[in-house]
Structure formats: C-alpha cells, structure tokens
Ligand binder design. Structure first.
Ligand code: PMP
Length: 475
C-alpha cells in the first residue's frame, strides 16, 4: 500500500487516509472464472414487481443494472404499493378529523389498513395494532408501556432497537447462543434468575446479521411456561415468512414498512391491549384524547391512545398494500429467496479466502442473507469495490448489532476482521445478480480491487471516481 495525498480533515481521517490500495492491472477475464449458476430466477410474473427493477447505475467501467443485495437494510417499494399510494393521494385528507368526503375516505382507508396489518400478523381478538414510525419506535413504545416492575429478558445478539430501549436495572441480558438448542437452554436459565409477576422476553424472528431463523415457537413456549410474555422482532422475518401471533405463541410483534416494500415511514406494534391501554400515551395530544377539561384529561384506550397527532395515513396504506401483496404471493416470494439465498451462500463458501458466518451452524434455516469477510480486505473496501466496479449494493459494518458481530468475528487464535459484509436478497435480486456478486467476490479475493482506492473520512473511495453520484434532485 502506498501513501495517499488526500489532505486529512480529522485525526481519525488522518490515520485512515494513509491507507491506499495498490492499483491492480488485471483484466475483466477473471470475472468469467465463476461458472454460471445452476438456478434461474422464478418467472417474474409469479412475484410482486418492485418499482426499481432494472435500475441503471454507474460503475467505474460504465453503466449496469443495479444488483440490490441490501434488502435487509431497506427494500424498494412494490409497484402495487406505489399504485395504492398514488390512489390514496388523490383523496388525501385528515384522518378522524373532518366530515368532508375526502376525509371520510381517508379515515376509512386508515382503519382498513389497520385491519389488513392485523390479518397479516394473525392478530387475535382484542389485540391492538398501533401504527408507529418503524421497529425502533415500536420497541420504544412497548418499553414505555411496561408495568413498573417488569423484568425484560433479551439476547445480546439482538439488533440495538430491541436491545437498548429497556431500563438497565430491569433487564437480564442473555449471552449470544451457539446453537438454536443453546438459545432455548439459555432462555430457560435466564428466566430462573429473576422471578416476578410481569416478565417480557424479547426474541428476534430472523437475525439481521446472519439471516438465521430463530426457534421462535420453542423459545416462546419456554417463556409462556414461565409465565412471561414475548415480543417478536419481525423486522427481518416479516418480509420472508408468514406471521401468526397465536400460532407462534407470541404476545407482541414489531415490524417496519421500509423493510417490507413499503418505504413510506410507517411501522407497527401489534399485540395484547392491556399493558398498552394502561400506559401513559406515547404521543400526548390531539387524537389521543377523549376529553380535556381544566381538571384533567381523559385519554382514549386502544390504538388511538398512542397515535397522538395526525397519523401517517399514507405510510399505513402503503404498509397495508405491501402486507396484502405478500400474503397473496408469500409462497412464491419465499421460493425465490430460498433458491437465490442457497446459491449465494453455497457460492460464497466455495470461494478461497472468503469466510461466511453463522450463529447456529452452517445448515440452520435462514432467510436469504449471507454475511462474509474477504481475507486481508477491509469489509468497507469490499463494499466500495462491489459498488464502484460492479454496481452491487451491499452493507458492511456491524449492522446495529455490535455484540452479535463481535461474537461472530471473535477469533481467539488470529487477528481477524472486526466488521463484515452483508448481502441480503429480496424481490429486486435476480439469479444474474447472484452470479455477478459471486464472480466479483471471487475476483476480489483472488486479485484485489481492479481500481485504486483511498481511505478518507468517507471510507474507501476510488481514487479516480468518474461516476456521477449526485444526479439532479427529484423535486
Ligand atoms: N430489528 C431488526 C432485526 C432490524 O434488522 C432492524 C433494522 N435494521 C430493526 C429492528 C430496526 O428497524 P428500524 O430501523 O426500521 O427501526
């Protein structure tokens, strides 16, 4: 590596800026080394379409279509979601606040959206569906709705949104399990350490780091037998698997519209009404109140209690449209993702110099996510190269699950990477994209980047970046 000439702006950037990759004079031929995948995408007509299909993106070697492997962060909108939003915008008006026709239509659709989401999560009689901003917001709402003496049991491998909203003194942290069976044992042991009338177990449906599906039913049964309630973090599970609160045996579910092909700012907390109805309103104000006098306030119960202010009705309608489409096409979506996910993981495992990671062992069920590192190549350089040279979008880092990633990457015998790369598949990913990603990673692992990169305060960037990364703003 040679020394970069870019002037550093901060001490951190200064240290980082001394890193620069050597340019590699190897040709595109290397990319042909990976044989074609023995899988094809399902017929596109079997799957709900996304608005970003065939998105052209610039690379250092010319334009290509965007290979989206970043669905676990945020998904593109479905075409049907955008259509629902366009329709709803024509009559957009106030919710539960007007008598005009547009207001009546909008208010009706808002409540129908709630019913659609309730059906999507298999809500039971009496369950609430509260619209929030996202999963982080939903967890925070639940954390503020716990009875005062509640103990919370949470695995350290959880996403920070599920790990952090609870008060430290009320929380029992459970170590990252080494297998699905281990998770069950660890939860059982943790529940023995703190008794009490009100206990809540936080579970994830699918890990946002490895995509591994947690043994939800088994863990929920352990919690139930101990008299504890369960909240399921379905941010990564809902886009890929059917949810049924009763069948899974959980009390609450949390999810985000932007991970479910409905990126319009709505999320959900659904589940048992009693704690929510007894809690202080999350957003005190109009809509949450029944009556206000000089002597005090009478608050609503039900979802209105926590949805103060004018709600994000467009977000709720978008989310409902996505739930509708995923219910209708769930099997095809799962088949598409399983096919490509297996090809991706198998392909990565076959590449020399690439390590893949799992919590529960290689054969464990996953949603279509693969987390990997390339020996000797900084993970943020891997993602920069995939984008700049191949038009591939992945994420690198610790994925807001630092304890989980630290555990996965911890190697007592060697100095290894401290961050990883995550490739996550969804409706915008095709078999050709998987093929492109595998070829690109194989090429990078064998020969390094094709262009020269420098580490700046912005992370790794190509030294001669010819791409237009700032197209005209959309408004
Ligand atoms: N839980 C999991 C498992 C997640 O992957 C995420 C988002 N990465 C969240 C919670 C938080 O979701 P949001 O950013 O929509 O609040």
């Amino acid at each position: 590596m040679s020394i970069a000439s870019t002037p550093p702006t901060t001490p951190e950037a200064s240290r980082a800026a001394t890193r620069r990759t050597a340019p590699l004079a190897h040709a595109r031929e290397h990319l042909r080394a990976v044989p074609p995948l023995p899988v094809r995408s399902l017929s596109a007509s079997a799957l709900p379409a996304v608005v970003s299909g065939g998105l052209p993106v610039p690379t250092l070697d010319g334009p290509t279509d965007y290979a989206n492997f970043d669905h676990a962060a945020s998904t593109p909108a479905l075409v049907s979601v955008k259509a629902a939003v366009d329709t709803a915008l024509r009559t957009y008006s106030s919710v539960h606040r007007g008598k005009g026709y547009a207001s009546a239509v909008t208010s009706g659709w808002y409540e129908q959206a709630r019913a659609e989401v309730a059906a999507f999560v298999g809500a039971r009689e009496g369950d609430e569906v509260v619209f929030t901003r996202n999963s982080t917001d939903s967890f925070t709402l639940l954390s503020r709705s716990l009875p005062r003496d509640t103990s919370v049991f949470v695995f350290e491998s959880e996403h920070h949104a599920a790990l952090l909203p609870w008060k430290a003194r009320q929380t029992v942290r459970i170590p990252v399990p080494g297998s699905a069976a281990d998770a069950v044992v660890l939860l059982r042991e943790a529940l023995r350490t703190r008794q009490g009338r009100n206990r809540l177990v936080v579970l994830t449906g699918a890990s946002n780091v490895t995509g591994e599906v947690w043994p939800i039913r088994e863990l929920a049964a352990v919690a139930r037998r101990a008299g504890a309630r369960v909240v399921l973090d379905a941010a990564q599970y809902a886009p890929h698997r059917r949810i049924d609160l009763g069948e899974l045996g959980v009390d609450y579910v949390v999810l985000s519209g932007h991970k479910l092909y409905a990126p319009f700012g709505a999320g959900v907390l659904a589940g048992r009404a009693d704690w929510l109805d007894a809690a202080a309103p999350y957003l005190p104000g109009g809509g949450a109140t029944k009556a206000v006098t000089e002597h005090g306030v009478q608050w609503h119960t039900g979802s209105a209690r926590h949805e103060g202010g004018s709600p994000n009705v467009i977000g709720a309608i978008a989310l409902a449209a996505a739930c509708h489409a995923l219910r209708e096409h769930g099997e095809a979506v799962e088949a598409h993702e399983q096919l490509l996910g297996k090809a991706l993981l198998d392909g990565l495992r076959d590449i020399d110099g690439v390590q893949t990671y799992s919590l529960f062992g290689d054969g464990h069920e996953r949603v279509a996510v693969a987390t990997f590192t390339v020996d000797g190549v900084d993970s943020s350089l891997v993602s920069a190269v995939l984008s700049a040279e191949h038009g591939i979008g992945v994420r690198d880092g610790k994925f807001c699950a630092h304890l989980c990633v630290d555990t996965l990457l911890d190697d007592p015998y060697a100095e290894g990477p401290d961050t990883a790369v995550r490739a996550s598949i969804g409706l915008a990913t095709t078999a050709a994209h998987v093929q492109r990603l595998l070829a690109a990673v194989a090429d990078l692992a064998a020969h390094g980047p094709r262009h020269e990169y420098v580490h700046t305060g912005e992370g790794w960037v190509p030294v001669d970046d010819t791409r237009d990364l700032a197209p005209a703003r959309p408004w």
